[in-house]
Design a protein. Structure first.
Length: 702
């Protein structure tokens, strides 16, 4: 028996980007475990990825090219050959590309975070033909934009430093479910005497294990940050030296923060004035004692109308108290801006050859697939190629998304590992490899290691890597540029800019052997300022924002949909709804892994007793959640984990695996954030009622 161990990297949309060791026996992967030598992974994997072998060898894998034989959405296919599939795709795409290539649209996101299997050969293909561009904003661009205006780039506190902090504020995240290795560091800090504070509308698993949980109303984080600034400045709990040397616009900020008294903040955020004052004092006094204070800001805060501003306001706090002086101080939203990724070389925007195709926002795909041709919009979308994404499950205002994909005149190609909700609408379904079956290079957004993924096993069935599928499509379309002949290893060797000081030691062959390599980054990136902003300082006042038509100072932008900001709507739909990740799923990935889905059970809606009682809802009843956009059903869990006025639908379920064939995105909106053109998933008002049919019945009310 031949037994080998292959170095790999987790490809999923998670900050931890774990280093993996894959055990292979006679060509069969038998175990995936965390690399104990990788300082971040430390031999530990989440429940999801520890079952990666089960997922790879699932009997439900899509292993052969398929052609639709039923109606769109029925999911009925017949097997065809790769030659047949490629010929049919090219025959449909060529005349569109010749007539108006912008009628062709890619739809992809982070089904893999890999730089090769994500957007490399695929973007070369779409750039060369001149297809519409996709604005890939569905996760983090609101926060990234607000953070960039303030700090300059997505650079923050190194995960490996957090255990030395004396105060950690976990703001808008549930790291037990979605950032396990940070949580391990936070737990170590706690054992060393640090205080952990969770700020979240929902008492998540993480919030339950912190010293304090502050339950804001959804979408009010920016106001809470302003309230903290008010107290810090009013009570002189700030680092005047750091402010003078390394910030811009303090006097203007002081004037703005003066408006946000603890009482006003408390009323806006649905908390007490004491919670505002006490946290500000704890944060400021800890920093003034010369002890590290750190904020782990996650993506929940930015999924409301003012989400970008919320992150901007939060990212002002470390500079106010001089937290950046310490390696274990500051804030982390993402570390992705630390990596000198060579995206231009991988994606080749030069292949556009001066063309400037329109851009379609992936968040508004529901509306955009239904738009006719017009001077303002351009051509109607005639073809969509979906890869690394499941828009039927993940995109907001789901009924419209479904309507769009049901169009008989829309040619749809889906590259997939499993027959997802979106795959059911494909005209041609192509089998894609999993991470164990292909080569890739990775950056991370929670740590500072460049990562390599080696193929551990041969592709299952006739599955092919995304990169190879787009090479084959390019050839069938008659695209002869040499760039379409580059191998995955040749692509990976270009993944990082080795002329950059942070990656000067990057060598693909060496990285493949070791599996990971840390960037050259200082432990405390902004201890002496040097922010990558136009001024080189942390910008409390941003002239760039003013030039972009935004308020140049921290402010509060209320939600589109809340009791306070939209009382007329709230009369019909009085409950706020958020839909954070279920612990055993990752976006819509892993929902079809039987053991993980069995752990989740079925879609649930957490609702406070004060909201359940007047609706006649008891624990375990089926609830119907609805607004003007749509409805879905879930089993009610009556619990104080959801604050009064809030319901929580842990997500994202495949629609076909739920009782009514729907999920939480039936009720979410296509409206965009204040900056970054991102979605507003957590800016949603709903009503909840008892469903007509209860558990034990096969169907529930639509």
């Amino acid at each position: 028996m031949s037994i080998t161990q292959v170095r790999a990297a987790c490809p999923h949309d998670c900050p931890d980007t774990c280093a993996l060791l894959v055990t292979v026996e006679d060509g069969v992967a038998t175990e995936v475990r965390g690399d104990p030598e990788h300082p971040t992974t430390a031999g530990v994997l989440c429940t999801k990825v520890s079952r990666y072998v089960e997922r790879t060898y699932s009997p439900d894998r899509v292993l052969y090219p398929m052609r639709r034989v039923g109606k769109k959405g029925e999911g009925r296919f017949e097997r065809i050959s790769w030659d047949q599939a490629l010929d049919e795709i090219a025959a449909r795409l060529k005349p569109i590309a010749e007539r108006d290539p912008e009628a062709i649209l890619p739809y992809s996101y982070c089904g893999t975070m890999g730089l090769v299997q994500g957007e490399a050969m695929s973007m070369r293909f779409f750039n060369k033909i001149g297809a519409s561009l996709l604005d890939r904003t569905i996760c983090a661009t609101a926060g990234f934009t607000g953070y960039k205006y303030t700090v300059g780039a997505s650079i923050g506190t190194d995960m490996e430093q957090f255990q030395d902090a004396k105060l950690i504020i976990i703001w808008g995240g549930n790291p037990i479910a979605s950032n396990l290795h940070f949580w391990m560091r936070a737990q170590e800090a706690k054992r060393r005497g640090a205080k952990l504070i969770a700020i979240d509308p929902y008492r998540s698993l993480t919030a339950e294990k912190c010293h304090q949980h502050i339950a804001l109303l959804p979408g009010t984080d920016a106001a809470f940050a302003l309230g903290l600034m008010h107290v810090l400045i009013e009570e002189n709990l700030i680092d005047h030296d750091y402010i003078a040397r390394h910030t811009l616009g303090f006097e203007e900020l002081k004037e703005r923060a003066a408006e946000w008294t603890p009482e006003r903040t408390a009323e806006t955020c649905g908390v007490t004035a004491a919670e505002v004052v006490d946290l500000a004092r704890l944060y400021g006094n800890t920093a003034l004692r010369g002890e590290p204070v750190a904020i782990r800001c996650n993506y929940g805060v930015q999924r409301a109308r003012g989400g970008g501003m919320a992150v901007r306001n939060m990212s002002c706090l470390p500079a106010l108290v001089g937290a950046w002086r310490h390696a274990a101080g500051g804030i982390q939203l993402s570390t992705s801006g630390s990596f000198p990724a060579n995206k231009a070389k991988l994606q080749r925007p030069d292949l556009l050859a001066g063309r400037n195709p329109r851009t379609i926002n992936m968040t508004t795909i529901g509306d955009d697939l239904l738009k006719p041709a017009s001077a303002e919009f351009g051509p109607q979308v005639e073809a969509v190629i979906v890869y690394n994404a499941n828009p039927l499950a993940i995109a907001p205002d789901s009924a419209k998304v479904q309507q769009g994909f049901e169009r008989e005149d829309l040619f749809t190609v889906v590259l997939e590992q499993f027959q997802t909700d979106s795959a059911d609408y494909a005209d041609i379904l192509l089998p894609a490899t999993t991470q164990l079956e292909h080569v890739d290079a990775h950056l991370a957004y929670g740590h500072l290691y460049m990562m390599a993924n080696n193929a551990a096993i041969a592709p299952m069935g006739e599955a092919k890597p995304n990169s190879e599928i787009f090479r084959l499509l390019a050839a069938r379309m008659g695209l002869t540029d040499p760039c379409f002949l580059e191998s995955d290893d040749e692509l990976a060797a270009q993944a990082f800019d080795k002329t950059h000081t942070r990656a000067i030691h990057f060598d693909w062959e060496s990285l493949k052997q070791k599996g990971w390599q840390k960037l050259n980054m200082p432990d405390a990136p902004f201890a002496e300022g040097g922010f990558p902003t136009p001024s080189g300082k942390c910008e409390f006042y941003s002239a760039t924002m003013a030039n972009d038509g935004l308020d140049p100072l921290p402010t509060y932008i209320p939600p589109y949909e809340s009791v306070a900001s939209n009382p007329a709507l709230a009369k019909k739909y009085p409950l706020a709804m958020i839909s954070p990740p279920a612990r055993n799923f990752l976006n819509s990935t892993f929902v079809n892994v039987q053991s993980l889905r069995a752990t989740e059970g079925e879609p649930h809606l957490d609702i406070h007793p004060n909201d359940a009682a007047p609706r006649g809802l008891k624990h375990g009843d089926m609830a119907r959640i609805f607004n003007d956009r749509g409805s879905f059903v879930a089993k009610a869990r009556v619990t104080e984990k959801a604050r009064p006025g809030l319901v929580v639908g842990l997500s994202i379920w495949w629609k076909k695996l739920s009782k009514d064939g729907k999920n939480a995105n039936e009720v979410t909106s296509q409206r965009l954030t204040d900056m970054g053109r991102a979605p507003t998933f957590y800016d949603t008002l709903v009503q909840v009622e008892k469903a007509a049919l209860q558990p034990g019945h096969e169907e529930t009310t639509p």
